[in-house]
Design a protein around this ligand. Structure first.
Ligand code: ADP
Ligand code: ADP
Length: 227
């Protein structure tokens, strides 16, 4: 699903990624853990095509990302990649279902189709009674689940989550990470989740340890069966 090879990235003289390989299978939940400053976010942004590596190759869902011009890249990103961030970035003036529909509209889906998919997803995420609530009327955990639905609406091949539970209490955090497994089991969705929390990092099929711009350890936590 994801094949990133020998990624290098520097900001000025500061080398942030020092040759990272990241391979993720379809339907796999992979966590990346490591101290602050290890380069986790940088890696996630590059693997998610939000930022460019100085060197290295990146293939997502069979597409060589470097071969896409900017217009095709943004269409590819919107349709094939989902993002979840620490702060949900929901638009405050729109309610839950409207927020979830936005990527579908960008992908030229009709209002009817977008709303149907969005309401089914929100229902599945336990937010049936929250669809017309504005973000400020939702709890932190609910807001983050709306952001998860928004990430899923275009049925992306892969979802990148950067400290998705960084703003949640530990109960909500664990529930969110458990949800990634549920969604994987239901949709066969692939997740790459960055966290600095060891316990949450353990809620994955495979845990990668990042240190000083490199992946220095791998722990296979479960053995997944992909179809
Ligand atoms: P982590 O997510 O593991 O905490 P980051 O990838 O956010 O690590 O950051 C790694 C290093 O890269 C940090 O020292 C950070 O200051 C630096 N860095 C990240 N983004 C930029 C940027 N746009 N310009 C300069 N330095 C950056
Ligand atoms: P059903 O309950 O009819 O079998 P699914 O459980 O497959 O339907 O899907 C439930 C909802 O999730 C539908 O809105 C569907 O469009 C949406 N959906 C299906 N596959 C995915 C996917 N891979 N990622 C995100 N959403 C999906």
């Amino acid at each position: 699903m994801l094949k990133a090879t020998n990624l290098h990235k520097a900001y000025g003289n500061l080398e942030i990624l020092k040759g990272v390989d990241l391979f993720v299978e379809k339907g796999e939940v992979v966590s990346i853990v490591g101290a602050s400053g290890a380069g986790k976010s940088t890696l996630l942004h590059i693997a998610g095509t939000l930022d460019k590596a100085d060197q290295g190759s990146l293939i997502i869902d069979g597409t060589d990302v470097r071969s896409l011009n900017p217009k095709r890249l943004s269409a590819f990103r919107n349709s094939r990649i989902g993002f979840i961030f620490q702060f949900h970035h929901l638009l405050p003036e729109f309610n839950a279902i409207e927020n979830v529909c936005i990527p579908a509209y960008i992908a030229n889906k009709s209002k009817k189709e977008a709303e149907k998919n969005a309401s089914e997803l929100l229902e599945m995420l336990g937010l049936k009674d929250r669809m017309t609530h504005k973000p400020t009327e939702l709890s932190g955990g609910e807001q983050q689940r709306v952001a998860v639905a928004r990430a899923l609406i275009n049925r992306p091949a892969i979802i990148f989550a950067d400290e998705p539970s960084g703003n949640l209490d530990s109960t909500n955090a664990k529930e969110l990470h458990k949800l990634f497994f549920d969604l994987r089991n239901h949709f066969g969705q692939t997740f790459v989740v960055v966290t600095h929390n060891e316990e949450l990092a353990g809620m994955a099929d495979r845990e990668l340890l990042m240190k000083d711009g490199k992946i220095v350890g791998v722990e296979q936590l479960t053995r997944i069966v992909t179809g």
